[in-house]
Design a protein around this ligand. Sequence first.
Ligand code: SF4
Length: 898
Amino acid sequence: MTQPVAAPTVRTTCPYCGVGCGVLATPDGQGGATIAGDTEHPANYGRLCSKGSALGETLSLENRLLHPEIDGTRVSWDAALDTVAKKLSAVAEEHGPDAIAFYLSGQLLTEDYYVANKLAKGFIGTPHVDTNSRLCMSSAVAAHRRAFGSDTVPGCYEDLDEADLIVLVGSNTAWCHPILFRRMADAKERRGTKFVVIDPRRTQTAQESDLFLGIRPGTDSALFSGLLVYLSDNGFRDRAFIESHTAGLDGALDRARQIAPNAAAVAVLTGVPEADVAAFYALFAGTRRVVTAFSQGVNQSAQGTDKGNSIINCHLITGRIGQPGAGPFSLTGQPNAMGGREVGGLANMLAAHMHFAPEEVDRVRRYWGAPRIITGEGMKAVALFEAVARGKIKALWVMGTNPLVSMPRADMIRDALKGLDLYVVSEAVSDSDTARGFGQTTVLLPAQAWGEKDGTVTNSERRISRQRRFLTSPGEARPDWAALADVGRRLGHGRAFAFDSAAAIFREHAGLSAYENNGTRDFDLGALTDISDAAYDVNLPVQWPIPKRSGPRGAPQGKARLFGDGRFYTFDQRARFVAVQPPALALAVSDEFPFVLNTGRVRDHWHTMTRTGKSQRLSAHRAVPFVEVHPDDAAAHRLTDGGIARLATEHGEAELEVMVTDTVVPGSLFMPMHWGGAFASKARVGALVRGMPDPVSGQPELKATPAAIAPVAYRARGFLLSRAQVALPEGWWWARAAITGGWGVQFATQDSSRAVALMMRGLIQSEALPGCELAEYADHARDRYRCAVYDGTRLVASLAYAPAGARPDWEAAKALFAAEEPETPERLALLSGRAATASAGPVVCACHGVGADAIAATIAGGAGSVEAVGAACKAGTNCGSCIPEIRKMLAGQTARAA
Ligand code: SF4
């Protein structure tokens, strides 16, 4: 038999977070690939976090959308695109072009984004193009523009290596940007860099900090207003910088004094002890090299733009910007949120960092030769979907995102989509909540996935890297830009959409950035305007601006830092201090909804799990959707650790497993954002959150929604492990996770053990498990049932059911299920529920698959430090994002010993 030939290693970029790590992918010739970190990529120098290193486990074709469909029927690409073009024309004719909207994604490549934006804003003539980056960092964009006159990230990752103080605001960096956090940890080890963490939750990042400020939700701008006053009153102004390079300090300072005149007032507003406020202020003031990195905790807020500006104000008053180791730093969530900003993928931008000044509109019109250039902003995400609900939008094209899980008031959106004349979804997966039929005509277009597509992405430090293809596209999947260009041609714009490659699109995009620029705009890729196909193929990561000629604003080889010369992109080249609004403290908690619901990410999953959900390693750390509850609240509301709770807000409900923890403060709840309808029965975060938009940026509030919580008393708990996915009955609570050799579904049900036994007997007579044999253990008097299903000697499924207070051991059963053909002791163990051998416990280190029990045994055996644990069992020795958990286990052991 001929062996598959492995192809050469390809340099590409991780498709997850905004760190933008370089990846080496070596295809195995069978549709898979071996993954390693790229030692030459300046974002990660060879390191990958748990998500990045598990990329090879996510390449299967399971659940892939492989062919175009119209209303659930497979059609040809021609038929699908003809329908899209015809319906778009009909909607534009009948209702006007602004009845058409596009909802894009930070997962798209820059080239896809560019063509979508050009088609909509220049040729269809609709301004309503927004993106899921609205939910991610649009408040940072607005804060940058107010302060700098441009959406410019001033610094670079080397600043994190060179800082003496890193302030992390609303950022669980240890879990959400793990490789950057390792760089910070290295700096701490090398030069003693101090960490201050500001967050309502005591996150894993907070556990690694020198000072943790557990602020009340929404009070960040009070903390930084107080800091501005402190810096001003205690001799820390950089007078020369303020005088020569800024404007507006007096107004900003007056407002800051009204909000937070001193540390005592800040303590009252934020709930942080006054001594800790004072310690933070003294540390910030006394450290020249300080980076303030902020992320979703700042941005996903009804006052996110003000929060961003209150941080930037403190860097401007001290002149700490654009200098080695100093500056405000927005950490972007998505792999190409920055690329989307560059092409104009946000509704309030036009293209290439240009907006809607008449000369900008005219410039873009001329460059594109656009017949229907838009002249003003479109609707931002929240307003856009509200317009769908009101019937103002008649055609919607969603690309590479899952708004029915992630958008606020997602249930309202699901209902609203039914009123569309045309609903187009460009997707790589077939079972995302968003890719189900909704509109009167629903067209699904199969998109290339990571590893198949080819183009560029930009990371948090303005570094453009290549995502390269190393796999053949399955089925009829195509690049998103190609589908868009085909529609453009069908609409009669052949010349403008005559792209034949990603490189050709990139050249046009670079050309627009440089067009009539002359150093007046920050975003300039002039040096890449004429890049050849060959050079594009081998192009190395580079930080913009990259103008054609070197000058004060950039160099052809790229530029790591901006604003070091004190020149900004405002009309007078001065940065602006911004007078921010007082924090809105009167959060509408009530007797009905007495809690504040916070949302965020877990360590090993990405967005709505369409990719990470395929990896058993990544699904092992957190296998079910959960809600974190403080012990006092758990006691008061009869919630038990591991029990199920119903979480309700004004907008919707979810049922989640309770995690009792003091990482949240009393009155607060936290739930993750990842579980959609494909992975859990009722855990869509978007269905619950309020989503009040920030008045400047339009970014919705996702961190503070009034909520109620109550226990749900299910009769029994259990799990079903199977080689292929098996659907559970309506009305059961369930959560699905990839496991070694198949899928595991943990469930809760009101059904009796007798009913479940009948269900299993029905399954082996159905198409789900046809012709298989059932081995059973039943004790219906005690409401217990276990079974294993065999196809010959092959174990194909196993179920365990027990009363809710006596949950079967999921970890032990998963370990048994890993063997396709178990021996007699393992067969017996599946039915007895007793482990044949000790399991390693719930996974802590996803990179090396090391469980909590194994780490505990290592610690009990004498390993007294993170390093010793790593040496003994490898836990924590790859990406390090489990180190906070290992440290916590070590501290627990020390406390017990004491
Ligand atoms: Fe990917 Fe992890 Fe790097 Fe983010 S930190 S880009 S998820 S490897």
